[in-house]
Design a binder for this molecule. Sequence first.
Ligand code: SF4
Length: 570
Amino acid sequence: MIEREQLEMDIVFVGAGPANLAAALHLKNLIKVHDDLIAKGRKKGKPLGDLEIGIIEKGSNVGAHILSGAVVDPIALRELMPDFLEQGCPVDAVVTDDAFWYLTENRALVSPITPPPLKNHGKYILSLSKMCEWLSEKCEEAGVNIFPEFPGAEMLYDENERVVGVRTGDKGTDKEGKTKDNFEPGVDLLAKVTVLGEGSRGSLAKQLTQRLGLNEGKEPQVFSLGVKELWEVPAGNFDEGRVIHTLGFPSDTKTYGGGWIYGMKNNVISIGYVTGLDYIDPLLDMHAEFQKFKTHPAIAKILAGGKMLKYGAKTINAGGWHTMPKLYADGVLLVGDCASFLNGQRIKGIHTAMKSGILAAETILSAFDNEDFTSKTLRQYEEKVNHSWIYKELYAVRNFHASFQKGRWSALVNGGLQFISGGMAWGFMPKENHVAGHERMKTLVEYEYKDEANSQRYSNLKFDKQLTFDKITDVYHAAVSHDEDQPSHLHILDTEICATRCAEEYDNPCQRFCPAAVYEMEENSKTGRREIKVNFSNCVHCKTCDIADPYQIINWVTPEGGGGPNYKGM
Ligand code: SF4
């Protein structure tokens, strides 16, 4: 039995992303106003200035797990800090030029009009990693404690299923699970309110949602995977402040996918490709889709003479409003991407994530004011979301992702009609037929593959290490590090399925959907059977395997604190 230290805090935020950082900072600001009003006799109640507020972060520092290159709608940032520019928010560029390209195999058809949801003129291009680092400094100046290298490993509950905090991960366990000389047990951080802002497919949010049934009555979540690289390109290849979104090549018409290029400062561009994790082709490889995207003549021209700097991959919650879980339970709130706040049509979630944090902060203040941390008070958070601009924005695009279930052309027609009608949808799947993305993947037989050789999808794709890169080379550019002498953080619940059913039915799609070459099928020299090998130290923490595995037998849990990619300063 491991003895664990208990640390009593008042509020613990899990994950130092934009939602939680905005929440913690806003909470500090609200407490200051609250205490000032009490001091002036204009409000009754107790001063709250000495509340202990902590943020734990699994990365080696704030921003380490967030790869640069985002176009941010500053609406929430402005609410949080009206003078964010004067206060040093690290903006790279203001969008001055945006375009929408439809890519055929060899041509880029430039749309005469940019679809309104993709108009970004006047928005800010910035490095989210740097922005989070900057926000964390603001939080620390305001008195928030930030603990990097502290992954949230388990939720803590009392006997009434009320959340009472979070247990952080142990350090110093070897790969067999035995303690090493440097063993440090995780700490039980006890809190009156715990806020989960772990990002897409948060491992604690997953545990919590299943245990408390927070998804009951909601549609299953649908995710997408964005695979991206940062490049430095020759001056003149792509202007700072320019934004391009693409549709078409290399996705087939049944697969949800699209690309982006954002011009940052110093001739750095963020380039990436998003693929829906509700794809049906079992031989699809999202990393290869991205590499293929870069070979399109119009894209390759932008990258010509350039150099790849960084690589990353991340899932996003694309399901939208109908998939949003219940946002609160006793002692806990969910904010940001782990609670499905992303606007899939605009491919934007930073502003909604930050706003969710702001509304969570208002609710937490009210909870401390009333000294009630149960659902009775915390439900105010969901009510606030429903009365905010988040609702207006997300409800209007509630059917966006679902309209892709009948393919690209139906989605384009439906997307236009939804835009005009405020989100109404026509002629696609009724609500009760919506299924989780992994359930849509077809078997090899259903997809009419006889063997991998009859997939033409990547037959022309070569990795020349100048324009296109294999997964291992890309992983090197994610600066990933995990101590190899620790238990794998990728738990396969039944490896027998990998060697038998999954091999026969899907040819082990984990080998393809993982963008970091973590999963390999390897011949066992004794049995001659092909078995799964997990190179967990390559993992870039995108969570795709936890989401896309057709048997749902991969469970992603947090590795030792500090492990993972490192995008600091990018
Ligand atoms: Fe992503 Fe899973 Fe591969 Fe890690 S192992 S990079 S989480 S798909």
